[in-house]
Design a protein around this ligand. Structure first.
Ligand SMILES: [Zn+2]
Length: 341
């Protein structure tokens, strides 16, 4: 089995290290189905993309170290090959290509300018939450249980992070059962700034495969795959970190896929959800689904300790990258506004 040849991958995944310059733009808001949109021309000017090309429905914008790809009518966008699922599709209205304002402010901007996220870099503590445990096995296949795989990743990741000087707090270090609220309470009892990473493996239809990373849905954004409900408009604990959440997810998702090697996995994208651990934790938080235990090929890969080690390495690299990115120098902030809600 030839796996984990990540160093031969030329594709850039260091999205979270980008800190693009921004120009002076008079943002023009476009209305579509009652929502605000901004034109891609505005986006191009503000982030100083050098070019914007359109082929059919596909749009490609390039800057010095960045390729931004979108498709009219589609919620999926990519930055340097890393996939994100927007809240609303990219549209064309009165001859203008446009992206929704909520996707600009809650996704595009924090990903492109992580150093603008206030106070995000001041943490030394990482909370690791291996999902399930005890009577709750999570997904199960012929090779093992999700609760055991989650704990293996977390244990290896703790070792790597401690080598890099981080303090690591685990919600569990053995095969014990904890409720979701107990995990949240444990993280929220910490006095110091921290980040929270929940580790899971997936199960689904036999053909479903790949890695996906979830962050809390911003206010007014549905849980992935579900319709918008009135409760989606409540502001939750985790929403204070909307920008940090998506920046952390970008780093983790990109680095895990890089460490696994694009040939060995499938990028399902960064998505929004209202899982309890994401809604309740007061720190920037993400939930990683590291592959499908219900997929024949991925089930065998996940059972291989090299795969577990690669996931742990990816997350550790990501935490280091994320911290560097959010600590980056802010540029002249007076001209740096995107049209927030
Ligand atoms: Zn799980």
């Amino acid at each position: 089995m030839r796996i984990f040849s990540s160093f031969t991958t030329i594709v850039l995944f260091l999205v979270s290290l980008l800190c693009v310059a921004q120009g002076q733009v008079k943002w023009e808001l476009l209305k579509h189905e009652g929502r605000d949109y901004v034109s891609m021309e505005n986006v191009k000017q503000f982030y100083r993309f050098q070019s914007m090309k359109r082929e059919g429905n596909r749009i490609t914008m390039t800057a010095r170290n960045l390729v931004f790809q979108l498709k009219v009518g589609d919620q999926e966008i990519q930055f340097n090959g890393v996939k994100f699922i927007c809240t609303y599709p990219v549209i064309e209205t009165s001859g203008k290509l446009a992206i929704s304002r909520i996707d600009l402010t809650k996704l595009v901007d924090p990903v492109l300018r992580p150093s603008y996220i206030a106070r995000a870099g001041q943490f030394r503590t990482v909370v690791l939450d291996p999902g399930h445990g005890g009577k709750d096995a999570g997904a199960v296949n012929q090779y093992g249980t999700e609760k055991a795989y989650n704990l293996r990743v977390a244990t290896e990741l703790r070792r790597l992070l401690m080598q890099r000087g981080f303090k690591v707090v685990m919600t569990r270090t053995s095969d014990v059962y904890l409720t979701l609220q107990e995990r949240v309470d444990l993280a929220n009892a910490l006095k110091e700034p921290a980040i929270f990473i929940s580790i899971h493996f997936n199960a689904g239809s036999r053909s479903a495969r790949g890695v996906e990373t979830f962050t809390l849905s911003p206010q007014g954004v549905a849980h992935y795959g579900k319709g918008l409900k009135s409760s989606d408009f409540q502001l939750l604990n985790g929403n204070q970190h909307d920008s940090a959440n998506i920046a952390l997810a970008t780093a983790v998702h990109g680095q895990v896929i890089r460490c696994l090697g694009k040939a060995n996995t499938f990028d399902r994208g960064i998505k929004r959800a209202r899982y309890s651990v994401l809604t309740g934790v007061k720190h920037p938080a993400i939930l990683l689904e590291g592959g499908f235990m219900s997929h024949g090929y991925e089930a065998r890969l996940i059972a291989n300790p090299q795969y577990i080690a690669a996931v742990a390495r990816g997350v550790c690299d990501a935490v280091v990258l994320y911290q560097k990115a959010v600590n980056g120098r802010r540029a002249n902030s007076a001209s740096s506004r995107v049209p927030h809600q």
